[in-house]
Design a protein around this ligand. Structure first.
Ligand SMILES: Cc1cc2nc3c(=O)[nH]c(=O)nc-3n(C[C@H](O)[C@H](O)[C@H](O)COP(=O)(O)OP(=O)(O)OC[C@H]3O[C@@H](n4cnc5c(N)ncnc54)[C@H](O)[C@@H]3O)c2cc1C
Length: 329
């Protein structure tokens, strides 16, 4: 096969597509290889609000989150499909330390909830404005941009990452949970999330209860529906929605947001968050014996949307340097 691209990005979830676009911004020719259709990725299932959860905390994560928030804010302003900024209310049963939380520096309009706002059941809480992204609209928009810029997409499941060198001498690995098998990284594991989708009865504010003893609870309105969650089941590979879990999610969410009472159920979904023990892998590795260079960008857990553009910037820098660097051949 003739190589026509500078970089092949394996994965067409949020991480692969944002990285592909940043590479094209640098003038590089890109092909995207994916096993799954766009709307069958984990990214398509995501509630997709900005909030760093299910990743190890580090200064890099804080920087990627801030860069991503700024990019989504710009896109919301520009009217990009599926992107908006939403008021968010987060209530907690446990009193939080004084001062700004580690993720708070970049978040617009961050303030503590007043006792009246959070209600007597909660000891603390935050109000802030954060990006909310409707992935079934946004992922097709991202792919459309990649194709309009001259990129290509190939539907193929790889058995090993090295097969990607058929398309280009530099490979970006954005395979999420797939990296466990593709590059034998057993630190990668699933955190199962189950959701219920209901018709939006007119809600505009996102609500999350971080430490609900009955279970992880959130209510994220979108244009026509509301995403109700959820679960956070470590190492659970089961992708079938469980009816008892769905009923419990509905009960918890309705207790917190009574306007949901009677909202029509539109569907159920399960996704496996691609978590990684030891944190996100975002690094370039030395060329292999064929001279192929690899840049890894996977393991974003429950924060792949939240960190997407910041990680894409960093991965594209590494990949562009690899294109310009010695081939090792
Ligand atoms: C219920 C739920 C709610 C969530 N809510 C949020 C949220 O509110 N905010 C947030 O920031 N994040 C959220 N997330 C997390 C977010 O969805 C993930 O972090 C993100 O989607 C990971 O993106 P990704 O591109 O790495 O992986 P994926 O979307 O899984 O994409 C992986 C890509 O790699 C391809 N691939 C894998 N293996 C191979 C192979 N062998 N050969 C070829 N291609 C391969 C796949 O086909 C796919 O194209 C949520 C996740 C779930 C499940």
């Amino acid at each position: 096969m003739e190589r026509t691209a500078d970089v092949v990005v394996v994965g067409s979830g949020i991480i692969g597509l944002t990285t592909a676009l940043r590479l094209q911004d640098k003038g590089l020719r890109v092909v995207v290889v994916t096993a799954d259709g766009l709307l069958s990725t984990t990214s398509a299932v995501a509630a997709a609000v900005w909030y760093p959860v299910g990743v190890d905390v580090s200064s890099r994560v804080a920087e990627w989150g801030a860069a991503t928030l700024a990019e989504f804010a710009r896109q919301a302003e520009a009217g990009i499909p599926g992107v908006s900024m939403r008021n968010t209310r987060m209530a907690m049963h446990r009193q939080q330390p004084p001062g700004t939380p580690w993720w708070g520096a970049a978040v617009p309009e961050l303030r503590r909830l007043t006792p009246a706002e959070r209600g007597p059941a909660y000891a603390d809480g935050w109000s802030f404005t954060a990006p909310a992204v409707e992935m079934p609209l946004y992922l097709p928009w991202l792919l459309g941009r990649v194709l309009d810029n001259g990129g290509d997409i190939v539907h193929r499941r790889l058995d090993v990452l090295a097969q990607a060198r058929a398309w280009a001498p530099v490979v970006v690995n954005a395979t999420g949970l797939g990296a466990r098998q593709l590059c034998g990284d057993h630190a990668v594991h699933p955190i199962r999330g189950q959701l219920v989708l209901v018709r939006n009865p007119g809600l505009h504010t996102s609500t999350r209860i971080q430490d609900d003893p009955a279970g992880y609870t959130y209510v994220h309105p979108r244009s026509t529906d509301v995403v109700l969650g959820g679960t956070f089941d470590e190492d659970d590979w089961n992708t079938t929605p469980d009816p008892a879990t769905a009923a419990a999610i509905l009960t918890r969410c309705t207790a917190h947001v009574p306007d949901l009472r009677g909202a029509r159920v539109l569907g159920h979904a399960v996704g496996l968050r691609p978590a990684r023990r030891g944190g996100i892998r975002l690094e370039a590795t030395a060329p292999d014996r064929s001279g192929t260079r690899y840049v890894h960008n996977y393991g974003h857990g429950g924060a792949g949307v939240t960190l997407s553009w910041g990680c894409a910037d960093a991965a594209a820098e590494l990949a562009a340097a690899a294109v310009g660097g010695p081939s090792g051949e």
